[in-house]
Write a protein that binds this ligand. Structure first.
Ligand code: AHM
Ligand code: MG
Length: 335
């Protein structure tokens, strides 16, 4: 393990001064995410043992079945951040509307809002496949001490001050950025500490893995169909390898380490794609760019999209720079 056995807690403190708004609040916020991640990890790890798997019976705003662990993770992340009184608002995939946290209190100086997907890919839990938490952090745009509004959440991804994910995999990791590169930390479950295991993570510029749900092929736009055929062609370093877990965090994590591209395009079934801009695509796009990768909807940089709704969806193409540029070229040419 590299990084002189530095823990995540030590790393956050050491790097606090390098961050442009180094009031310590962002450090506490990251620390609260670290704590919630450990609690959720403990529960996710037990999923096969206790009768906690399966749908809770509710449906979320997108009409999807909620799994019990989704609900649990949602509660834990919200509770941890609320109790520590460090954010003024939270939006979550599992909540229809954003939650304001004492934001109208004049003594509450909290300036950060968090957008979170507490347990992404949760349909994979029943089959013991990796899932993840995705988070995105902004400074509020409305004045401190006034109620948070939807405008505080509908910011372009380029305004993010930090973003990251937790992957509950064969090991549990936290990977995050505050705009100065991407670092990954692995949990030592015996001690309960995250250690810097993947310093300065970067995408290889080229890759050999493409990740897409090919079951939707028939519904994809022509540019994506042509790109998939290109990936499969026998020429030069192709055909590429196809790898699709169906868990965004895990697919992205693998592609960042090995080099690859992830695609969830629009289709005739889902004209705006499936993934949510604010708490799935933007944080992952910020990480991708910080790791030398690229992210777009095929035409527009993900981080430049002006959000108009909390739960809006966007087509998403993300990964190794040259691969994303090639896919964009196919999109342009098929127009
Ligand atoms: P979720 O938020 O309901 O878990 O959906 C998001 C997940 C992503 O993690 C994954 O990449 C994608 O949905 C898989 O979708 P599909 O099953 O349509 O391929
Ligand atoms: Mg999700």
């Amino acid at each position: 393990m590299s990084g002189q056995h530095q823990t995540l807690g030590e790393f956050i403190i050491k790097n606090q001064s390098a961050f442009q708004y180094s009031s310590g609040e962002l450090s506490s916020l990251l620390n609260s995410i670290r704590l919630a991640a450990k609690v959720v990890n403990h529960e996710v790890n037990k999923a096969g043992l206790v009768d906690i798997i399966g749908a809770a019976g509710d449906t979320n705003i997108q009409g999807e079945d909620q799994q019990k662990l989704d609900v649990y993770a949602n509660e834990k992340f919200i509770q941890t951040m609320t109790k520590r009184n460090i954010v003024c608002g939270i939006a979550s995939e599992e909540e229809d509307d954003f939650i304001a946290i004492n934001s109208q209190d004049k003594n509450n100086g909290n300036k950060y809002v968090v957008l979170i997907d507490p347990l992404d890919g949760s349909s994979n839990i029943d089959v013991n496949v990796s899932v993840g938490t995705i988070f995105s952090i902004y400074r509020r745009v409305t004045p401190v001490g006034t109620p948070v509004t939807i405008d505080d959440f509908l910011q372009k991804g380029s305004e993010q001050v930090a973003a990251g994910y937790v992957v509950y995999g064969t090991s549990t990791m936290i990977v995050y950025t505050t705009g100065a590169g991407v670092n990954g930390f692995t949990l030592n479950p015996a001690i309960g500490s995250f250690y810097l295991s993947h310093p300065k993570m970067t995408f290889p510029e080229d890759g050999h893995i493409y990740s897409v749900n090919e079951g939707n092929y028939i519904h994809f736009p022509q540019g994506i169909k042509n790109y998939i055929k290109y990936c499969q062609q026998e020429e030069g370093d192709r055909p590429y390898t196809s790898r699709y877990i169906g868990s965004l965090v895990s697919d992205f994590h693998r592609n960042m380490i090995k080099g690859g591209i992830y695609l969830y395009p629009q289709s005739s079934k889902n004209p705006k794609g499936k993934l949510r801009l604010l708490y799935e695509c933007n944080p992952i796009a910020f990480l991708a760019e910080q790791a030398n990768g690229k992210s777009s909807d095929g035409f527009t940089r993900t981080l430049d999209v002006q959000p108009t709704e909390l739960h809006e969806r966007v087509p998403f193409i993300c990964g190794s720079k040259n691969m994303v540029e090639k896919a964009e070229e196919f999109m342009r040419n098929a127009k």
